[in-house]
Write a protein that binds this ligand. Structure first.
Ligand SMILES: Cc1cc2nc3c(=O)[nH]c(=O)nc-3n(C[C@H](O)[C@H](O)[C@H](O)COP(=O)(O)OP(=O)(O)OC[C@H]3O[C@@H](n4cnc5c(N)ncnc54)[C@H](O)[C@@H]3O)c2cc1C
Length: 367
């Protein structure tokens, strides 16, 4: 990923609320193709750090890819967080920030689908991008449930009011304020969603909000393919691999921890692994690939990349689901999984970046 990073110039900074800033970037000439994006995708920023050299953090694009506006992210301060506070305190017009191009799969397959959107706090960022884009390019109805601590923390309040007024037949925004209504319960979320069970659901926000909303959608039997979630977590690793000095510093800090982790991962990778090379069949973007030399202990994504296959990925740490695959035959073991739940696993979904083979033949699809 390192050779894909770009220095982007900051062209605007807007204070959306007391603790959220929107930052707009200019895409360098010649990099337009790399920075084309779908609503719901995110950028990865290299935030400078005296301690580790770089702290890599993902921020969803709040802008829309249609209409010609600049690429914009919206960052909300996390209490005691490093990168979010650094960005809000330091990033100003004219600065440059090192960025990896857009990535992620929290994006509607059709902009004309009816959309049921749930956002909690800063979870509004990919959701407003989807809303802005679907209103411009799609034809479906959009229902947005937007939960916040109080009125002052509502990001994009004015714009949402305007969009709802301009699109009365297509957009309904329901604000839920903790200061007024308390935290939404699973029962309340379920009651709300129950009128929209044919819609495509997208959920983004703090972990407890996501957990309850997803549980409510499951109770209502939203199928997996109409239940999308984006988890806001901080990356542990550094995908800006060419920042060698910084990486060395980071390694020194985390050495002991890493040794323990590596030993545990090696043990997990070795446990129950096949004796010889594995046959791998992959369906990806309408193409079929067959390889007879998948080495046990090698992760699926790494193996595909070694064969020149451009398989999707983002965090490479088992913390997002950009590399999700579905097992058609055989079995794999994931070395780390922070995102798939029991239902996903039962449906055969696995993370390509963390999967090593446990059977002699494995067949997967990226659909
Ligand atoms: C796909 C995706 C999209 C996201 N989109 C958004 C978004 O649109 N808006 C948004 O606000 N957030 C978003 N996030 C969350 C965002 O990436 C961060 O997790 C969030 O901003 C918190 O980061 P933080 O560094 O401020 O806080 P933390 O990650 O909580 O910071 C604490 C961590 O930083 C380390 N740390 C402390 N000091 C230093 C230092 N000097 N150098 C290095 N590390 C240090 C600590 O060890 C600790 O691990 C998204 C996350 C994902 C995965």
């Amino acid at each position: 990923m390192s050779d894909e990073s770009f220095e982007l110039k900051v062209v605007d900074v807007v204070e959306e609320t007391a603790d959220a800033h929107s930052i707009s970037f200019e895409v360098p000439a010649g990099a337009e193709e790399q920075f084309a994006y779908r609503p719901g995708q995110f950028l990865t920023l290299a935030v400078p750090s005296d301690r580790t050299g770089v702290a890599a953090r993902c921020y969803s694009l709040s802008s829309s890819p249609v209409g010609g506006g600049p690429l914009t992210i919206t960052v909300k301060r996390t209490a005691d967080g490093y990168a979010s506070n650094w960005i809000c305190d330091h990033v100003r017009d004219g600065d440059s920030v090192r960025v990896l191009p857009p990535s992620g799969i929290f994006t509607p397959a059709s902009l004309s689908a009816d959309l049921l959107l749930f956002a909690g706090g800063s979870g509004i960022t990919p959701v407003i991008s989807i809303t802005r884009t679907a209103l411009q390019q799609g034809t479906g109805r959009i229902v947005l449930f937007y939960a916040n601590r109080d009125e002052r923390s509502v990001i994009f309040a004015e714009e949402l009011t305007r969009l709802a007024a301009e699109n009365p037949d297509r957009l309904v925004v329901v604000h839920w304020l903790e200061s007024v209504q308390g935290l939404p319960s699973q029962e309340q979320l379920k009651a709300f969603a129950s009128s929209f069970t044919s819609y495509d659901a997208f959920v983004c926000g703090p972990a407890p909000f996501m957990k309850m909303t997803i549980a409510a959608l499951k109770e209502l039997e939203f199928p997996r393919e109409r239940r999308h979630q984006e988890k806001f977590v901080s990356l542990g690793g550094n995908p800006f691999g060419d920042l060698h000095d910084q990486e060395v510093a980071e390694h020194e800090i985390e050495d002991a921890e890493r040794d323990e982790d590596d030993a545990a991962l090696d043990a997990a990778a070795n446990e129950g692994r096949p004796q010889g090379p594995v046959r791998l069949e992959v369906e990806l973007d309408g193409q079929d690939y067959v390889f007879d030399d998948w080495a046990p202990g090698t992760k699926l994504l790494d193996h595909l990349e070694s064969k020149g296959v451009k398989a999707p990925y983002s965090c490479r740490e088992g913390e997002c689901s950009a590399c999700a695959i579905r097992l058609l035959e055989g079995e794999v073991k994931m070395l780390h999984n922070d995102v798939l739940d029991d239902d996903d696993l039962a449906e055969g979904i696995r993370l390509g970046c963390q999967s090593v083979p446990v059977t002699d033949t494995v067949k997967v699809t990226y659909h």
